[in-house]
Write a protein that binds this ligand. Structure first.
Ligand SMILES: [Zn+2]
Length: 264
């Protein structure tokens, strides 16, 4: 039985049997790993609160090699991302980020840059930036890290160079008006949003978080969501949570009140 060790983030956690927990980690050294944490749901479990979603820690596991599931031996918290979990808006975006990673990565496929991006995204959610902006910056880079960078300099169908009037965005990138008429799977994209997407890609992480986007921000969020849904095969579950949260927030009118109530 081989012993494995790596820094990792909890990206999924489900009850298993009477008292165990099935945990999905995204680790720096092994990529996505799924493992069983024995007795993790007992009152005085040695795991304590370590296996909560988004927790960053040091994972020690046993790999019997017979199944894809490992046995989680230790998970010692390095950073719990408490601030993310205590705020609904932050939590909603964090849930989207970890779901993207959980669904679009293969098991044991090491991708150190992607691990770094995940941690950077969660750290930014703890800061003062708008959570929705953090998710956009994460999403743009994440899709690129997976190798699905959309082409923004020409129509992916006919090769016509951009700029052209009334562009839309399809699976692989921009589509011109004529080609877009033949494809149902495209969404309109404004020139401002194309420019914003290009800039978010080329700027440093901190600059991207601070870049004023105006109305392009909402459009980018919609387009990213479409791209992620296309890659997953259906919309992320976290999106439904976000939609319900927005309804709740606009009904209460005040975010602080909503977050406070949720904590009670
Ligand atoms: Zn075309």
């Amino acid at each position: 039985m081989a012993l494995g060790k790596s820094t990792a983030v909890v990206i999924g956690s489900f009850a298993l049997g009477e008292s165990d927990r099935l945990v999905t980690f995204y680790s720096r050294d092994f990529g996505k790993i799924r493992g069983v944490a024995k007795a993790a749901r007992r009152m005085r479990s040695r795991f304590g609160s370590a296996l909560e979603l988004c927790t960053l820690g040091e994972l020690v596991f046993f790999d019997a090699g017979r199944s894809e599931l490992v046995r989680v031996d230790h998970f010692d918290i390095t950073h719990p991302f408490q601030r993310v979990r205590e705020d609904l808006e932050r939590l909603a975006q964090a849930a989207w980020i970890v779901e993207c990673v959980a669904r679009l990565t293969a098991e044991r496929d090491r991708h150190v840059a992607l691990f770094g991006l995940l941690v950077r995204g969660l750290r930014a959610l703890e800061g003062s930036r708008k959570p929705a902006r953090v998710a956009i910056c994460f999403g743009v880079r994440y899709i690129e890290a997976l190798g699905h960078r959309p082409r923004l300099d020409a129509c992916v169908e006919c090769g016509r160079a951009y700029p052209f009037p009334r562009p839309s965005l399809g699976a692989g990138g921009l589509v011109c008006e004529a080609c877009g008429r033949e494809s149902a799977d495209t969404l309109p994209i404004s020139p401002a949003t194309i420019g914003a997407a290009e800039r978010l890609r080329s700027l440093s992480w901190e600059e991207a978080l601070a870049l004023p986007l105006g109305r392009a921000e909402a459009e980018l969020a919609v387009l990213l969501e479409a791209q992620v849904s296309r890659l997953i095969g259906h919309p992320p579950r976290a999106t439904k949570f976000q939609r319900e949260l927005r309804r709740l927030l606009s009904a209460s009118g005040e975010h602080a009140a909503a977050a406070g109530e949720a904590r009670l």
